[in-house]
Design a protein around this ligand. Sequence first.
Ligand code: IPM
Ligand code: MG
Length: 364
Amino acid sequence: MKIAILPGDGIGTEIVEQAVRVLGALDLRFESETALVGGAAYEAHGHPLPDSTLKLAKEADAILFGAVGDWKYDKLERQYRPEQAILGLRKHLGLFANFRPALCYEQLTHASSLKPELVTGLDILIIRELTGDIYFGQPRGRRTAVDGHFPGAEEAFDTMRYSRPEIERIAHVAFQAARKRNKKVTSVDKANVLETFQFWKDVVTEVHAQYPDVELQHMYVDNAAMQLVKAPKAFDVVVTGNMFGDILSDEAAMLTGSIGMLPSASLDKNNKGLYEPSHGSAPDIAGKGVANPLATILSAAMMLRYSLQQPAAADRIEAAVKAVLSAGLRTPDIWSEGTTKVGTREMGDAVVAAITGKTITKTT
Ligand code: IPM
Ligand code: MG
């Protein structure tokens, strides 16, 4: 097994370091190689996704990714911005299926912005299509308008589009995932306004015919945003396009108390995957040793489960994370009165200790 480690920018390096330590504590045999990506790669090689990094990612069995981005790159031409690295990896590796679980840990119910009774036991899975939609649709750009409200004015445009095979394959992923859970899929669209999403709805409905044991519900995206804060536990699997999935997955993440807890997996058709925390590079807290490494550690667990066929090792990581939470250790993002505030490294230490069977104590 070969794992490509791409820490990236901001807190990316700190949190990935802890996840690598946790993987090291499991006594698995794997090879790993680290490479620069994002702003760090731009500084060193003049491109956020250098050929050498892309080659490593293609050769590896799985990729552990931190985060990319920093405000200081906002003025660069789009192709050189750090975000292009993750978009490029998704596209070049065909990582079309993005799994973003939103799981509310019992110990963190009070960190949620919603009332505890709304989120206790919350366990939803957002499946976001990741290589199509308005994110990648051509044509796009700037031009002089020839029609519209202001002919002759400067305008910008993007193209929202989905092909039948793109919708079919993500629908299959969602129905199959639902079979292993509570057998309910909510397909989120905007069929009342957009052609692309009327087509999405039609194709998802057709694919559903092959999964009579799974319940399918359609929901407009605006209503889905509302239902997520009104009655989030009514959802099981949510499947949607790239853009709506980007937005709803951040919303769902916040229901659980902290985006610092949520892992994600982006898979290709052979279950090769890229694993990253759902949160970003948080430049405001980078280098301070306070970032929550648990989302990345849990991403490593997803990697073991989905791409490396090591479910027992994945279970061990997840159990260790629950154990450190039960022991009361909290990074600042999930801290509350009566719990012990720890930094990034101490949180990593505690998870390693839980895995290797040592007692967890406050380490400050
Ligand atoms: C995400 C992020 C990315 C996205 C950015 C960094 C390009 O927000 O993974 O959700 O929009 O997909
Ligand atoms: Mg996002």
